[in-house]
Design a protein around this ligand. Structure first.
Ligand code: F6R
Length: 646
């Protein structure tokens, strides 16, 4: 997903923008650009490919002097990645520069409108429409200020956006606006910032404000004013970022992914220990009476969805409530049966995945109570939920999630025990046993990490396979889904996960001599069945790498080609331990294959939807009503069957 940084202050802007952009590289991008104001002129530099190209081109910003600027890393959506389509986009007269995250859905219509007015477009992007429309509005006789023009533009554009805007006629301010794409403001001494992600700012300030949908911010050197969609000035709650910058750096590791796997014990301690008091699970501030709900819907994407799959098994078993786990991208299209007796659990590391966000809004509109499990504090999903359980995993930079996955699962396990205890569906003794086992997980993960050389060895044996199957039953099936995703996303090896019992219904025809099968047999009650599937694939010549618990090593050793083990724990917690060797295996395989591990091809850390579903318009602010006539006259009014919209 694209990244935005903006700066106004007394220091040179360009090096700060470039530094901020470098912190956003993990989000995924294919070009980068900066714009700096200098003596009333907006100077832009862009470069395709890695940010390093832009750093070299500008001599680390030295060629762009000035103390006010905006920067952007672009993930191409409209128009191929090249210097023309990269941001910032500048209007025809060179006076407006715009960086944008999101998608302007009605850009073609606006482009046509502006072209009819004689505007020449330089790029194919939706974003350039914003710059050109700003220039057009600035030229209208009734428009007095940049803010007037900006609000007018915001009324006309539809879609999702975080915007950073410079206007050379107002060289003391950066303008920002947000709708359905993250944007925050950083406060410094005589300097202020905007960014799409707090990691870009934490080197300079820890005092931040998260913008909400419909808000506009005007940042000067001495202060920031935020306005709501009604154009009224508002006071916003400030948040203090309490993690260290080192948390967003590699700290001696070759890759963020390995660093983040190694951080799992610490992250798990942060997620678990404050939530256990006197041997019982407590969630401070959570007032959740589960008797008010008939069912649970878990909604998420990707790895977070896989956490939900594990959650379904555990929540149903422990609480006896019916649980459905639904892909967020499908939720809106499957006529979900949701009402005020539904508890919707939304899982998201970033808290910004737009499919997940859209599903949250849909579930909310149908009456569900929204409880989210989120890593990024203050993110959109967190703010729109009725209750939030933060995972406190710290910043996750590698595109492939690891510590966020584990902490999400730990929080969901704690929640399952908490709800089961509340509903009396498990005995006090069982609740205590499970809680103690959860508390022991961080040390057990440490134990797995300490034997990672063995996993590295197996990776060196199997890294050149073209196709891998993960098989398992029950919790091991859910675990296999994540193991398979981790492997394919960073090593580009084709890999699939199957419920072992499904093999004989088709997939087994793909097994041939040498096919690698990763057989997951951690779940004791179904170990014998797992064994019979191992025998089936071995009989067809597969190489089998097994994952099981320590006390089953013996039972497996003569039947498979390699064994990885995890310590013993309570059954519901096995996937949390089991995922660690699979994450390491994927990492070491990708390392052997020379892949770009932290930034796998075609992937971004935070995934916006192609087109956002939901309300795409602001309400009309009072002060700007005067401009209805003006907009109508200049052709910016749109008539629909439902009435007249700006
Ligand atoms: C895979 C991965 C993705 C995310 C998915 C959801 O390693 O990281 O599959 O899990 O894009 O993202 P969040 O959790 O931020 O909503």
């Amino acid at each position: 997903m694209c990244g935005i940084v903006g700066y106004v202050g007394t220091q040179q802007a360009a090096p700060i923008l470039l530094e901020g952009l470098s912190r956003l590289e993990y989000r995924g991008y294919d070009s980068a650009g900066v714009c700096v104001e200098q003596n009333g002129v907006l100077k832009v530099e862009k470069a395709k490919g890695r940010l390093q190209n832009l750093i070299a081109k500008t001599e680390n910003g030295a060629l762009l002097p000035g103390t006010l600027g905006i920067g952007h890393t672009r993930w191409a959506t409209h128009g191929e990645p090249n210097d023309t389509n990269s941001h910032p986009h500048v209007s025809q007269n060179g006076k407006i520069a715009v960086v944008h995250n999101g998608i302007i859905e009605n850009y073609l219509e606006l482009r046509e409108f502006l072209q009819q007015k004689g505007v020449q477009f330089a790029s194919q992007t939706d974003t350039e429409v914003v710059a050109q429309l700003m220039e057009y509005c600035m030229g209208l006789p009734e428009v007095e200020t940049v803010s007037d023009a900006l609000y007018m533009v915001l009324h006309r554009i539809e879609g999702a956006y975080a915007l950073g805007i410079l206007c050379s006629d107002d060289p003391d301010h950066v303008y920002a606006a947000r709708k359905d794409a993250p944007l925050l403001i950083g406060f410094g001494e005589g300097e202020n910032f905007i960014a799409s992600d707090v990691t870009a700012l934490v080197k300079y300030t820890r005092d931040v404000v998260y913008m909400d949908d419909g808000e506009v911010a005007v940042l000067g050197r001495d202060g920031v004013q935020v306005y709501n969609a009604m154009e009224l000035p508002i006071e916003k709650e400030h948040h203090h970022i309490d993690w260290e910058i080192s948390a967003a750096e590699k700290g001696g590791y070759e890759h963020f992914m390995l660093k983040e796997i190694m951080e799992e014990p610490e992250a798990l301690r942060r997620a678990i220990l404050p939530r256990i008091k006197d041997g019982a699970v407590v969630f401070d501030g959570l007032m959740l009476d589960s008797s008010c709900y008939d069912c649970i819907k878990i909604i998420a994407c990707g790895s977070s969805y896989h956490v939900g799959m594990v959650g379904k098994y555990n929540l149903e078993k422990l609480t006896r409530m019916p649980v459905e786990v639904i892909l967020a991208s499908e939720f809106r299209y499957c006529s979900p049966i949701v009402n005020e007796r539904t508890l919707a659990i939304i899982i998201s590391q970033s808290g910004e995945t737009l499919d997940t966000m859209a599903a949250l809004r849909e579930a909310k509109s149908l009456g569900a109570r929204i409880l989210s499990i989120v890593n990024v504090v203050g993110s959109s999903i967190a703010r729109e939920s009725d209750d939030v359980l933060y995972t406190w995993a710290g910043p996750e930079i590698a595109v492939a999630t690891t510590k966020a996955y584990s902490t999400q699962m730990a929080v969901l396990d704690l929640l399952a025990v908490y709800l089961a205890a509340q509903r009396n569906t498990i005995s006090a003794e069982e609740a205590n046993r499970l809680t103690a086992a959860i508390a022991a997980l961080p040390a057990q993960v440490e134990q797995i990490l300490s034997s990672r050389e063995q996993i590295q060895y197996y990776a060196s044996q199997y890294f050149n396979h073209d196709s891998v199957f993960f098989i398992g039953r029950n919790l091991d099936y859910a675990l296999g889904m994540e193991g398979s995703l981790k492997l394919k996303e960073i090593s580009y090896i084709h890999s699939e996960a199957y419920a072992s019992g499904e093999l004989k219904h088709g997939t087994i025809s793909l097994i041939e001599p040498g096919t690698l099968v990763i057989a997951l047999g951690t779940y004791g009650p179904l170990f014998d069945k797992a064994m019979s599937n191992v025998i089936e694939v071995k009989a067809r010549g597969a190489s089998v790498l097994a994952l099981t618990t320590e006390n089953r090593r013996e039972a497996l050793s003569s039947r498979v080609d390699g064994i990885l083990t995890i310590p013993e724990t309570e059954l519901p917690l096995l996937p949390l331990l089991g995922v660690v060797p699979l994450q390491l295996f994927a990492y070491y395989v990708a390392l052997q294959r020379g892949c770009d591990i932290d930034k796998p091809r075609n992937l971004a850390k935070s995934v916006p939807a192609g087109v956002f579903y939901g309300s795409t318009r602001f309400r009309l602010p009072g002060r700007i009503r005067f401009s209805l006539r003006m907009l109508s006259e200049c052709g910016m009014m749109k008539k629909t069957e439902k009435g007249v919209f700006l």
